[in-house]
Write a protein that binds this ligand. Structure first.
Ligand SMILES: Cc1ncc(COP(=O)(O)O)c(C=O)c1O
Length: 489
């Protein structure tokens, strides 16, 4: 069968040429990954590269080979760096070679996991069951793969709000609430939870920021006091959030005790375990996140501490029907049938905001089968051990000091000088950080703890080796000495 003379398609005219280009791309990309250690972690983009990305809308076609050349010359050399062994910025994963290939296979099948009867939905159901098993949730729980921790937190808090409002908040909206709804979590909570509360119409002030102790964990007495004060002032507390690994320092809230409080106070218990929840995969680390398996909902990422390519996060909700009721809406054009492609027993669009959903489940399925859960546990523990090693190097160095107790896989430290105050050290350490990036040495990032600018290492990197932390410590000390000498001249 051939196209009519005026019929077009976006498929190639020359499949053999496309096949050859595809093979070249696979070869190039595997070499790119294999040689990543030899390149700088990060390098600035030349102006000409930025200009090249301000071109007018293409009207006429270009050959795929030309487009690929443009990509290899102008895009590929300027990554953020998170696939590199010395990237420890924010909290990001590296991705894996098979994850890349799985994404290609997913894009080839290109199914829509909003609903219907097709195998991709079963793949997602399969990996969700694996996720439940990984975190100690019952198989009767429900779940959803989402873009990341932010969306997973949003879904968790949306279900919490709808389930505990006490009236039909989906129909009537928050303005119909007889009492203002409030939620609780530590002052170290991630900003995505604040955004979620804003988008849920509660207003950011409805999320009570409870102070933390010197380990950056939620102060339980302050939490209980805040709930009681709100109740007597006429508010309606509905949810408490526990952090399994805070973004700043990796602190883990006392999750079991938070679960007790939530139970006693009849609150929804949501855990933000974006990266920390995965500590459960290591038998040695599992006790540190005990209690999270009691959550009503939990958010975590597979693209952080399970090193899968962006984007893939997950939310689990203990009660499947409560989850469904928060999002189900089935107009005529989405009706489910008994037979054919529009049948299917589980339509994921009923469990979240997205209708059209990509096949992110496939890279999870591939990755979990490729490595097996025991290896993930070992690599996660390796990251924690590397952070302990880094902590010891810092403690042994006369030039460096820790700025927070090292919890899990996050280390906060700075270059120090005997006679310098915080303002001078903040400026100096900021400079050190910029130089680390611009010289392509390493990419840790930053936070401010008790007014002190900290160089912050978040190790969710399966490519890091002990020697990478030796380099970091050596270079921070070198840059600190050099920059402080320049300053004092
Ligand atoms: C504790 C915590 N929660 C939530 C998030 C948001 O996750 P994502 O960036 O995948 O949306 C992060 C991101 O670093 C995080 O560290």
């Amino acid at each position: 069968m051939t196209n009519q003379p005026n019929e077009e398609s976006l498929d190639p005219q020359d499949w053999d040429a496309m096949r050859a280009l595809g093979h070249r791309m696979v070869d190039d990309m595997l070499t790119y990954l294999q040689t990543v250690r030899e390149r700088p972690v990060w390098q600035p983009m030349p102006d000409q590269v930025k200009e090249n990305l301000k071109k007018p809308l293409p009207v006429d076609p270009q050959s795929p080979e030309d487009v690929y050349r443009d990509f290899t010359e102008n895009i590929l050399p300027y990554p953020l760096g998170n696939i590199h062994p010395r990237f420890w910025g924010w909290v990001m994963g590296n991705g894996t070679p098979l994850g890349v290939l799985a994404d290609m296979l997913a894009a080839t099948m290109n199914p829509n996991l909003g609903g219907g009867e097709h195998v991709a939905n079963n793949v997602e159901l399969q990996v969700l069951d694996w996720c439940k098993e990984m975190l100690g949730f019952p198989l009767s729980a429900s779940g959803l793969l989402v873009s990341g921790g932010s969306m997973a937190n949003f879904v968790g808090l949306a279900v919490a709000r709808n389930a505990l409002a006490g009236f039909d908040i989906r129909k009537q909206g928050v303005t119909a609430a007889p009492k203002q709804l409030t939620m609780y979590g530590s002052a170290e909570m991630h900003s995505s939870l604040e955004k979620a509360v804003e988008l849920l119409g509660l207003g950011r002030e409805a999320l009570r920021m409870i102070p933390t102790n010197d380990q950056f964990q939620i102060d339980l007495a302050a939490l209980e006091k805040s709930i009681a004060a709100d109740r007597s002032a006429g508010y309606q507390p509905i949810c408490v959030v526990g952090c399994a690994g805070t973004v700043n320092t990796g602190a883990i809230d006392p999750l079991d005790q938070l679960a007790d409080i939530a139970q006693r106070e009849k609150l929804w218990f949501h855990v933000d375990g974006a990266f920390g929840a995965l500590a459960a995969l290591s038998p040695e680390l599992r006790p540190s996140v005990k209690g999270m398996e009691r959550a009503d909902s939990i958010a975590f990422d597979l693209h952080k501490w399970m090193y899968m390519p962006f984007e893939v996060g997950c939310v689990l909700v203990r009660d499947k029907e409560t989850h469904r009721l928060a999002f189900t809406l089935t107009p005529e054009y989405l009706a489910h049938f008994e037979r054919g492609a529009a049948s299917g027993s589980h339509w994921f669009n009923e469990y979240g905001l997205q209708l059209t959903r990509g096949f992110r489940a496939l890279k999870v399925w591939f990755s979990l089968k490729e490595h097996g859960i025991a290896k993930y546990g070992r690599v996660i523990k390796q990251n924690v051990d590397q952070c302990q090693y880094l902590t010891e190097l810092i403690q042994a160095s006369p030039d460096l000091e820790l700025l927070a107790p090292t919890s899990l896989n996050i280390v906060c430290f700075r270059f120090k000088m005997a006679d310098a105050g915080d303002a001078a050290l903040n400026a100096l350490n900021e400079q050190i950080l910029m130089e680390l990036h611009e010289q392509g040495i390493a990419v840790p990032t930053y936070t401010t703890l008790n007014g002190k600018f900290a160089i912050r290492v978040a190790n969710t990197n399966h490519r890091s080796r002990q020697e990478d932390f030796d380099i970091l410590v050596r270079e921070v000390a070198r840059l600190g000495r050099e920059l402080s000498m320049v300053k004092s001249k």
